[in-house]
Design a protein around this ligand. Structure first.
Ligand code: NAP
Length: 254
């Protein structure tokens, strides 16, 4: 990228796959310069190429681990100088965990907290100064419907996502006066590689298709369902919505 973008800059973490990929593409369609950030560098590049092929702005930032503060700060500094000040942040990167409660090791517990909770904390601290300077910003945290309902064998994951909901509510109150909104989307049962991996390991109880039949809207969610909600939350028109939990789950949680 030789010149800074004329568009507002949006960072989407975990954008090399699933929900993050769909959000990064949608925000590019919405005319943001979409920073496709992921641990998986080839995946980030492939999504950025897909966006560029549509004549839109997609910039790959691969090999960035959201749980490493130094990597987060370095990536945000590069975004600032090479693309422009980030005014939209979508904290989407996350890892699942399925273990009987008594089998959860300290290592697994800590890793889930580091990625699912520390990552959003590091990213928000890195970008909020740009948003304050602009007097405008949008943060969307991708939590999980499992934090609304509870979920057996996922105590560590559910705890991390419940923490992200609390993080959202508290940060929204603090940043509201600065023109920055902070909201969370807890997706429920979205057909992504993460969900199919859970199905493959027999962790869903029944197949994705059988689960879909029990969902009020009679289908599994798509990554695009989440991207559309995110697109609205980062729009100008959503400026009066902050600190909210916007469920996108086909009616599985109300
Ligand atoms: P996914 O397909 O596995 O995508 C997650 C992406 O995040 C992957 O590209 C992954 O890269 C990346 N990532 C993981 N750890 C990272 C790290 N430390 N630093 C940077 N990137 C990292 O998952 P998804 O289903 O789209 O889920 C996206 C978000 O939605 C997650 O926060 C998840 O908890 C949440 N969610 C999903 C569902 C659902 O039904 N799918 C439901 C509730 C909540 P690698 O491939 O290299 O690991």
């Amino acid at each position: 990228m030789s010149a800074r973008s004329a568009c507002r800059v949006a960072i989407v973490t975990g954008a090399g796959s699933g929900i993050g990929r769909a959000i990064a593409i949608q925000l590019a369609e919405d005319r943001f310069a979409s920073v496709v950030l992921d641990l998986d560098a080839p995946a980030a590049q492939s999504v950025a190429d897909e966006i560029s092929a549509r004549g839109l702005e997609g910039i790959a930032f691969g090999g960035v681990d959201v749980s490493d503060r130094a990597q987060v700060n370095a990536a945000v500094q590069r975004v600032r100088t090479e693309v422009g000040p980030p005014l939209v942040l979508v904290n989407n990167a996350g890892i699942p965990g399925f273990k009987e409660f008594l089998s959860i090791t300290d290592e697994k517990w800590n890793r889930i907290m580091e990625v699912n909770l520390n990552g959003p904390f590091y990213f928000a601290q890195a970008v909020v100064p740009d948003m304050i300077e602009a007097g405008w910003g949008r943060i969307v945290n991708i939590s999980s419907s499992s934090a609304q309902s509870g979920q057996p064998y996922m105590v560590h994951y559910v705890t991390s996502k419940a923490g992200l909901i609390g993080f959202t509510k508290a940060l929204a109150l603090e940043l509201g006066p600065k023109g920055i909104t902070v909201n969370t989307i807890p997706p429920g049962f979205v057909d992504t590689p993460m969900l199919r991996e859970s199905e493959r390991r027999g962790l869903l109880g029944r197949s994705v298709e059988e689960n879909a039949k029990l969902t009020p809207v009679r289908r599994a969610g798509t990554a695009e369902d989440i991207a559309h909600a995110c697109s609205f939350l980062v729009s100008e028109g959503a400026g009066y919505i902050t600190g909210q939990v916007i469920g996108v789950n086909g009616g599985r949680n109300t």
